[in-house]
Ligand binder design. Structure first.
Ligand code: ATP
Length: 369
């Protein structure tokens, strides 16, 4: 069964400085049982607002939300179930542990609210602490613990109620990179043990890719694509998704007399198959590691090495293509020196319409609201 279902969910805000803004525009999505589903996108794209509506901290402007088969928010029915009755576990960016309570009291708190009896609370807290490696720290106060341990308290407090759905909003962003990786693994382990559904909000694309079964990439309040991490990387449906996941290189091209010329070069075409619906000006997208770099006697677009950068596991070259500079990354065994003539060939490039800068301006405006 789908555990979290959003139907036509929209949220509008009226802001003092920039007037009306559609923070979440007609979101439709279903998160399956036991799935780890991430919301990913630049600042201001609507991730947190969506999570807050699911949690019940924010009302909807339109649409409905269902959790575990039960409607919890519906604008048309004027239905709104408060957060504490939605049966969700939540962990947020700021650890939100209570400094005046020791670890046991922090973890036990949600069960005390539910008025569970003391023996059951002790048993549940013991279990939750064992699963989050906090055993033995029952009487310690959070201020005496590390950031990682504090975040474990927040996790233990979220799992102690045995929720079916867990909402995690940038839960690892206050931790150092090594600890982030450990905690990421621990979250996945907990999910495997308890089989809860996770909705994970993050800015960090590699974190999202590592943890998610599926991800939703949003931009400016709209869902751009929902898919597995692999498909989003290999088959992005837009220039935006292409550029948001992994490293991208874009070449602006002009199509003339059935040939594809990089902007600024009307002599040497790129040998590319033109898609049937291509306009005169297009963008060819690729990844720096999906370009063949070969010697000047081989086939390909003729250019030269402008810059060579030695990276730990590969070498990066910058080569001019028309008026643009293309980044290429190849294994160390392929070696060229600065100034060498070379040729390049694209391996399975993708095509997108040329984008004006209006979208980028709107993106920046939203981050300022
Ligand atoms: P971040 O990654 O920075 O947290 P986000 O993707 O979570 O960003 P939201 O916080 O959901 O984005 O915000 C989406 C848009 O709605 C932004 O333009 C934001 O400024 C606006 N917004 C969010 N909350 C409010 C509010 N309470 N009043 C007015 N505007 C708001």
């Amino acid at each position: 069964m789908d555990q979290v279902v959003l139907n036509h969910v929209t949220k509008r805000f009226t802001t003092k400085t920039l007037g009306d803004i559609v923070a979440v525009d007609d979101f439709n999505l279903s998160v399956h049982e036991g799935e780890c589903f991430s919301f990913l996108g630049p600042s201001g794209c609507g991730k947190s607002t969506t999570l807050r509506m699911i949690a019940g901290f924010e009302d909807l402007s339109e649409g409905t939300i269902e959790l575990c088969g039960r409607e919890v928010s519906s604008k048309s029915k004027n239905l709104y179930i408060p957060p504490e009755e939605r049966g969700l576990g939540m962990v947020f960016q700021s650890f939100a542990v209570w400094p005046h309570m020791n670890v046991f009291e922090n973890v036990a708190f949600p069960l005390q609210i539910q008025k569970m009896n003391k023996t059951d609370i002790a048993q549940r807290v013991k279990e939750a602490m064992r699963h989050t490696s906090l055993t033995g720290l029952e009487n310690v106060y959070p201020s005496d613990l590390s950031g990682g341990q504090q975040q474990r308290i927040a996790l233990a407090r979220a799992i102690v109620t045995q929720p079916k759905v867990m909402l995690l909003d940038e839960p690892l962003s206050n931790l150092d990179p090594k600890l982030r990786e450990t905690m990421r693994f621990e979250i996945k382990e907990l999910q495997r043990k308890f089989n809860f559904t996770i909705i994970f909000v993050t800015h960090d694309q590699s974190e999202a890719m590592a943890i998610s079964d599926r991800m939703m990439v949003c931009d400016m309040g709209r869902i751009m694509q929902i898919d597995t991490p692999e498909n989003l990387y290999n088959k992005p449906n837009s220039r935006f998704v292409h550029s948001f996941l992994g490293e991208s290189t874009f070449i602006n091209v002009v199509i003339q007399d059935g040939k594809v010329y990089p902007k600024g070069d009307t002599q040497n075409p790129l040998r590319l198959e033109i898609p049937p619906d291509a306009a005169r000006e297009m963008v060819v997208a690729t990844r720096p590691n999906s370009i063949d770099l070969v010697g000047p006697s081989e086939e390909g677009y003729p250019t030269h090495i402008e810059k060579r950068i030695f990276l730990t596991d590969r070498t990066e070259y910058l080569v001019p293509v028309g008026e643009q500079m293309l980044k290429i990354q190849v294994p160390h065994r392929i070696s060229f020196a600065k100034g060498d003539a070379c040729r390049i060939r694209f391996i399975s490039p993708m095509w997108y319409p040329a984008e004006d800068d209006a979208a980028e301006k709107e993106r920046q405006r939203r981050q300022l609201v």
